[in-house]
Design a protein. Sequence first.
Length: 499
Amino acid sequence: MELFQHLELGLSVALASQNIMYCFLGVLMGTLIGVLPGIGPVATIALLLPITYGVPPESALVLLAGIYYGAQYGGSTTAILLSLPGESSAAVTVLDGYQMAQQGRAGAALATAALGSFFAGTVATFVIALASPPLTKLAMSFGSAEYFSLMVLGLLGAVSLASGSVLRAITMAVLGILLGLVGQDVYTGVTRMTMDIPELMDGVSFSALAMGIFGLGEVVRNLRSPEERTVTKSSIGRLMLSWQEIKQIAMPVVRGTGIGSVLGVLPGGGSLLSSFVSYTTERKMAKDPSRFGKGAIEGVAGPESANNAGAQTSFIPMLTLGIPSNPVMAMMIGALIIQGITPGPNVINERPELFWGVIASMWLGNLMLVVLNLPLIGVWVRLLTVPYRFLFPAIVGFCCIGVFSVTNSGFGLYVLLVAFIFGFIVWELDCEPAPLLLGFLLGPMLEENFRRAMLLAHGEIGTFVVRPISAGILLVALVMILIVALPNVRKSRNEVFVE
């Protein structure tokens, strides 16, 4: 009964005219950046962080959330029509979606992706509503030791599932933690790593760092890559699915939704891993696995459902524990911090309208996406002709204005420039910067909870393994690293990321 009251509160917030507008803008922009290959939700949300500074927190999160799960929808359009995933999680959709398009069944593939994503998004939102309150109550019983262990798990999870070398991912996470500790010490007020620059007394600007690495850095990488966009010459065909096709996709959609709902909660898991696991599952369960890669509709239904469910359930650790499970959730936490809200389990009690409003807006956003995507396919295809070199000047200008508006100082522009150069070097060295961003956000909380736990335990380091919950979380983190370090697992992991 209490759950329905909470959902009623959330719907009253989500259906406010202002939030409906922000939800619509979010899913529209999300679809757009999903359709345009190479930009991605992380870069877009990084660019839009300054806008959230001047709007209510509920509207800000509704907008950013819409961009994230909207990008999952939009990414499937280019994956099917161009054999080019607009969003990384749509990479698996290319395998069978493009083959269906070549056979004149692009309409059926697009309809499957849209309907599967809608079902998965709706179910995943129910999962968030059901799982969040008990998790929040559990988190309220956590002490400093448990929070420290949980953040260690989150960082190691992101490192384990980052593409490329594990050692490089760990290095990026450590660099992020060090950057997060720049400024004044919370307990003593002593300045650390400021290099006698007064502007760094309050720390490195999150907006400038995120925009430089993910905004400018990723767009410049796209400019350096040759643009090869060849839309399938076959007709899109009918958008209505036959009864036989509905029966074919029913169970893959259900299985994909379940896989995505579970893996989305894991640190670093999210939509990309969910779509890979779903595709592998469908191929193993098929009576004729040889159909996959040649236009099997199940190869579109499962991964598209999984990536959307994974994208939405990744909100659970962010909303309940204040722990980002992927770079987009790190951006969400950054938006909350900009608004003066401390992420964590207290949000559900102190700001219930924010917590439940965001959850309820996901139902509204998923409905909007179905209405938007299929009728506007022609518009999205035309947008694919816009070269990156025309988008780049506008993005650079937007970054500079945004950073200046948040920091109210020209020094923020220098931070933006340094972050851009650093991000570009990182990409060139094949290091994934996502662990750096997670480390930057979790670093100060990691240090604060570690020091608080040590003070309460009178300096006994064993407090982290004596407390059962803390010990259990650290054990999971250790097992995760040991599994990734195994030679066979490391070899297959590298093969998966290369594929």
